[in-house]
Design a protein around this ligand. Sequence first.
Ligand code: EPU
Length: 302
Amino acid sequence: MRISEKPIAEKLKSLDVEMVPGVSLIEKTYLGIGGTTDQLILRNFETIPEVVGLLKNDNIPYRFLGGGSNVLVDDGELSWVVLHLPTSQPGMRVEGNAAYVDAAADLGGMVTFCAKRDLGGMEGLIGVPGSVGGALRMNAGAYGTQIGTHVREVELYRAATGMIEKLQGDDIRFDYRHTSFAPDDMMLRVKLELPSRPFKEILAGIRVCNEKRRSSQPLNQKSAGCIFKNPPGGSAGRMIDELGLKGHHVGDATVSDRHANFFVNAANASCADMLKLIDDVRERVRQAYGVELENEVIVWKN
Ligand code: EPU
């Protein structure tokens, strides 16, 4: 979707929106898959309701992209623009046991920022790729830690009301890889409450998690982390592995040899390749185990 030559472009500029025409989402996603569209960087949170209002008025579809670590984007010319928060120098500060963090901050960066100020509890999240906002949206977790446990307040643009609102932690449901946020809500800032712990102790925990991750996950390949959620009481990775599907591929979309719930883009996989691989594997698991695996990766079709 190209809007940089349309009259709306000037209006968006006056609302502190930076337009980057013709961005390839291959460069913006961890899977390295995706088509091309105009990107709108929202430099001023306060203007977001007006920006969205303008897009709606002109019938311009939009999607909100966080860190790009858990999304599989369609190929070709995309039929929507992408909204993005600026990622340079996101705000992070600590007051007592509270951490105030912008949603655009890198998740791992936040964990270390807090650790250096003797605030722990998030060691398990250290290697989870993506932004704080993306982690909030899906309640990211690893090694016994889920971000939702520590959330006390979230400031967000709520699609339902068209306004920027603050939600208290108790008013948000955080479940396994799922929250009560609407799919088109935009996370802006979060307040977390974290336990005090000496930096050295936190660092030791971080090292353990890093080592576990390095030994079991394909960290140097393009992936969206786990493709499927684990079914209740089960492990998607173990089931796929037991079916001998490691290395199974559709074009360059491949089931990782290292962890069977990671599907990697070995070179130039298309979205269609990855979707076919996801469907193939889901079907094989359904036939063998009678379990219908649910996507963890978010698919953005045109
Ligand atoms: N397993 C296999 N073969 C494989 C992969 C795993 O047999 O190819 C076995 C393991 O040996 C282990 C069990 O399956 O006994 C579980 O594996 P693992 O410990 O790797 O955890 P997981 O359930 O596959 C979950 C999260 C990961 C998170 C790890 C560590 C989901 C879908 N995945 O993986 O999160 O890093 O635990 O806490 O919940 C993600 O969400 O993207 C993600 C990577």
